[in-house]
Design a protein around this ligand. Structure first.
Ligand code: HEC
Ligand code: HEC
Length: 383
């Protein structure tokens, strides 16, 4: 609250309090003249007024509430909060701090979290034979806290955090086979992730499907943990200024030629000339991230363009727009929102969803040729 508003409320409260007290004192002092029959002589529609003292119970409640109000002012930062913190306190992080609604919320969150963490360690980790993770989690949390507190963290701290995070990977694999952990993980997914990735995790335009075996940033437990901890921002540059509209059309046609099914069944036959022109443009500008054969690179978050899985769509015009204006999908970070334990559970859930069988199957399929398929259009029936 700003200084003005707290002053305003304090002044109003004091005025109200003084006013009520004044009225009460006045009433107590006022002694009306009483007639012989004990009434004041006032008569309203036949109802005659006696001079009786206020009932005791009423006075007790009245003074009680005044005392209550004063106690409240002493306990809580009600009077000029800038100067008086109140004597009430809460515990945060083992430290006793003055009560504020904000501190109380944090304290509650912390104790809830403690209940969750204890539960996580005692039932979920132990149950999944993954208790070894407890020590790693503790030192990871310590490093993260140092990172958050210090203004200029030691240069290698982030590397250490990454290494610690990677140490959790084997436990993710264990959790991914534990029904108990998956149940909690799936709830966390529904609460936090389904808005973007869909309740079945199959994604939508711009939001990757997490159940297939196509990964922008890698589908191993370590990759997933890093994605969740730090978040990701896709970095597909805009190309129109660099290679011109003609370049965009040629490179797009080449991209479609890489993909199975020419990108989309509605694209029809590809323009062989454009594909031929697009090849060199691709090698010069795009291979850096999407690799020479267009299979993508997880270090750049650049998708594989040779399959038929599209983040933004494989229709000719959509691909052209991707090239013209660039793309920058944002996956938020979850480290501060969910914490390491919940991240482990939701990652285990995602890990369990992804189609790991397809990984081995895919690896055995010969690499999709870089030679433009349009050279042999009959090989790709438009179905
Ligand atoms: C605000 C929308 C949003 C929410 C909420 C969200 N994500 Fe994402 N997520 C994205 C986007 C967008 C991407 C793709 C980023 C890119 O294009 O580079 C992504 C990428 C990912 C990836 C990487 C996929 C790959 O192919 O490598 C994973 C894994 C992931 N999200 C898991 C989750 C989980 C688990 C949650 C819940 C804790 C979550 N996401 C919540 C938007 C979201
Ligand atoms: C600096 C690295 C980089 C370069 C260079 C680059 N890309 Fe990309 N590209 C990406 C990233 C990262 C994404 C994913 C964007 C996202 O996740 O939001 C992407 C996405 C795309 C997509 C969308 C794929 C889909 O599934 O919808 C196409 C198509 C594409 N790039 C084609 C190209 C072409 C053609 C070039 C060269 C003219 C090129 N890219 C150059 C990094 C790059």
């Amino acid at each position: 609250m700003t200084f003005f508003w707290s002053t305003w409320i304090t002044v109003l409260s004091f005025m109200c309090w003084a006013g009520i007290l004044g009225v009460l004192l006045m009433v107590l002092k006022y002694k009306p003249e009483v007639e012989e029959d004990g009434t004041t002589g006032h008569d309203y529609d036949g109802i005659r007024e006696y001079d009786k003292p206020l009932p005791k119970w009423w006075l007790v409640i009245f003074f009680g509430s005044i005392i209550w109000g004063i106690a409240y002012w002493i306990f809580f930062p009600a009077v000029f909060p800038k100067h008086w913190d109140g004597i009430a306190t809460v515990e945060i992080d083992g430290k006793t701090v003055p009560w504020t609604s904000h501190n109380e919320l944090n304290s509650d969150l912390e104790s809830n979290n403690k209940v969750f963490t204890d539960n996580f360690e005692k039932s979920i980790l132990a149950n999944a034979d993954a208790s070894g993770a407890t020590k790693t989690l503790a030192s990871l949390a310590e490093m993260q806290a140092t990172m958050r507190r210090s203004e200029s963290p030691p240069a290698d701290l982030q590397t250490q955090i990454d290494e610690k995070t990677a140490e959790l990977a084997p436990y993710i694999e264990k959790l991914a086979e534990n029904p108990n952990a998956l149940k909690v993980g799936s709830r966390l997914f529904l609460q936090n992730c389904s808005v973007c990735h869909g309740s079945n995790a199959k994604g939508a335009t711009g939001y990757p499907n997490l159940t297939d075996n196509d990964w922008l940033y890698g589908g191993e437990a370590t990759n997933l943990l890093t994605t969740l901890h730090k978040g990701r921002v896709g970095g597909m540059p805009a190309w129109r200024d660099q290679i011109g509209e003609d370049g965009v059309r040629a490179a797009s046609e080449y991209v479609l030629s890489l993909s199975t099914n020419n990108g989309d069944k509605n694209n029809g036959e590809l323009d062989k000339n454009l594909v031929a022109q697009g090849g060199p443009i691709f090698q010069q500008n795009c291979a850096l991230c999407h690799d020479k054969d267009g299979k993508g690179m997880i270090s750049a978050g650049a998708p594989n363009l040779t399959d038929n899985i599209w983040l933004y769509g494989g229709e000719r015009e959509t691909v052209r727009n991707t090239l013209r204006y660039g793309r920058a999908g944002v996956m938020p970070e979850w480290e501060t929102k969910l914490g390491n334990e919940r991240i482990m559970l939701v990652v285990a859930y995602v890990y369990s969803l992804s189609d790991r069988g397809a990984q081995t199957a895919n690896a055995s399929i010969p690499a999709n040729t870089t030679a433009p398929k349009a050279a042999a259009p009959a090989a790709t029936p438009a179905t």
